[in-house]
Design a protein around this ligand. Structure first.
Ligand SMILES: Cc1cc2nc3c(=O)[nH]c(=O)nc-3n(C[C@H](O)[C@H](O)[C@H](O)COP(=O)(O)OP(=O)(O)OC[C@H]3O[C@@H](n4cnc5c(N)ncnc54)[C@H](O)[C@@H]3O)c2cc1C
Length: 462
């Protein structure tokens, strides 16, 4: 008997979520076509190499969770992976205009000048919290405040949330933005005891108990999407092609445009791996309906990434760490900065250092929108004060993200419901990515794999 033809699937969106989904579908024996609007797959992952500088415009590092490690191994990228330098274990938070190391152990916490004696005592008392099942969501600031007090919110949570979400802890939802903490409170009461128990569980599964290592690649993060795109069969990646309409049915029809040329293709199932704004634009059916239009209201603040290169002798601070985060209360122009040339090798020419400064976010959207020169003029006085920077940068690269990171704010479910409704209405449609499944790169890898698993099962390739 002749083998049946492999099912044909379309993946829409060529960021890390879509590329991972396409790769997994290909491995599951499906015929896959990935549509990417821009000429370059990778989405938010963009690396620029120039004159000995290696600058990330979007994400800078990746946590090596088991799913990411597995993907790197499958693609044969092990030899190209670079781990964060030992110095990068140290992280700083700005307090009263100084860079103060973040305590890394309970003993360190008890003596750290980052927090007052009262705040440290509150941290110890948190161990006594009893399990609590909340019936309604609450803001992250209120959630963490109830466990650790206001000072930890201001000088621990606030800068951390700026570093991860470019977000506002008073608006972010505890349940959606940090689902792990939400569950830990239910199970353990104390978040500290919960985290300790989780580390023990990981150890018992044979995984490293500490935090997952932070990695990148010899030529930057873009190595990963490039490798995924090249591992797909010839012609599978349709770059420079925008998907405009999806017509449900058996088969689904996908309408695309490339330089004004319109085409229609048929598929057994579809995976959507698009940011909220792009989902909102998609037209479903033949009546011109934008079924996900409400996703345009999902808050996604602007963020600017400013990669700055200096001669080593221009910066007094040893840059002996991962970087520094800035609490809102410090009233500075930046959300935080990475010490990029300490973090990974090969980011700056010899005798030079590189910093990546982030500005904007929910805290200061107008600063994020400044043009490159104006932004540099705004942040340099802070860099001079905080790091002892002298003179002007010898290299700079500015990347602007008008809608950078989706905010899982209170009420986020109103953006998730239309996605679930559309999937239920239209069999063969699978929607994922950072609107729904988490914003970090490991979340995107997991989301892509899960989308592929469900789509392959639907198409009969479980
Ligand atoms: C400045 C910044 C710093 C970050 N730092 C980190 C970090 O250090 N570590 C970390 O883990 N995460 C970080 N993140 C988060 C992480 O980078 C993103 O959440 C992740 O890359 C999103 O991947 P994605 O594939 O879901 O979406 P995207 O990368 O947005 O990809 C979606 C793709 O869809 C394409 N597209 C849009 N519309 C259409 C259409 N109609 N037809 C076809 N294609 C279309 C787009 O061109 C895009 O390529 C950062 C994000 C930003 C913006």
């Amino acid at each position: 008997m002749a083998a049946s033809a492999p099912p044909s699937l379309a993946v829409i969106g060529g960021g890390l979520t879509g590329l991972t989904a396409a790769w997994r579908l290909h491995r599951a024996g499906c015929r896959v076509t990935l549509y990417e609007r821009t000429p370059r797959p990778g989405g938010a992952i963009v690396t620029h190499a120039e004159d000995g500088w290696l600058a990330e415009g979007g994400p800078n590092s990746l946590q090596l969770v088991p799913e990411v490690a597995g993907l790197i191994a499958e693609l044969g990228l092990g030899p190209r992976q670079v781990a964060a330098g030992a110095a990068a274990k140290k992280r700083f938070i700005v307090r009263r205009g100084r860079l103060v190391p973040v305590p890394l152990s309970p003993a360190g916490l008890l003596t750290s000048p980052l927090f007052s004696p009262g705040a440290r005592l509150r941290v110890l008392l948190e161990l006594l919290h009893r399990p609590r099942v909340r019936t309604t969501d609450t803001s992250l600031a209120a959630f963490v405040g109830a466990h650790f007090g206001q000072e930890i919110v201001d000088y621990g949570l606030n800068p951390f949330v700026s570093g991860v979400y470019a977000g506002d802890p008073a608006k972010l939802s505890a349940r959606y933005a940090f689902p792990n903490l939400w569950q830990l409170e239910r199970r353990h009461g104390s978040l500290l005891r919960g985290l300790r128990a989780q580390a023990a569980e990981r150890r018992s599964r044979g995984e490293a108990a500490g935090v997952h290592p932070i990695v990148s690649f010899d030529r930057g993060l873009e190595v990963l999407p490039q490798a995924l795109a090249s591992a797909l069969p010839d012609g599978a990646v349709q770059a420079g092609v925008t998907v405009t309409n999806l017509i449900p049915g058996r088969p689904w029809k996908v309408i695309t445009t490339r330089g004004g040329e319109v085409a229609t293709s048929a598929f057994d199932a579809l995976v959507l791996a698009l940011p909220a704004g792009a989902l909102a634009q998609l037209i479903f059916g033949t009546l011109g309906e934008r079924s996900l239009a409400s996703l345009d209201h999902l808050p996604m603040p602007p963020v600017a990434s400013l990669f700055l290169g200096f001669r080593r002798d221009q910066v007094a601070h040893p840059l002996d760490g991962f970087g520094a985060l800035v609490p809102a209360r410090e009233q500075r122009s930046l959300l935080g900065m990475l010490f990029s040339s300490t973090l990974f090798p090969g980011r700056a020419p010899a005798d030079h250092v590189a910093l990546t400064v982030f500005a904007g976010g929910m805290r200061q959207p107008e600063t994020g929108r400044l043009a490159a020169d104006a932004l540099a003029a705004r942040v340099l006085p802070d860099l001079r004060e905080l790091l002892g920077v002298r003179g002007d940068p010898v290299y700079s690269r500015h990347t602007f993200w008008p809608r950078a990171i989706p905010q899982y704010n209170l009420g986020h479910e109103r953006f998730l419901e239309p996605l679930a409704r559309l999937e239920a209405q239209h069999p063969g449609l699978f929607i994922g990515g950072n609107t729904r499944d988490g914003i970090s790169l490991p979340d995107c890898v997991r989301s892509g794999a899960e989308l592929a698993r469900k789509a392959a099962a639907y198409a009969g390739r479980a």
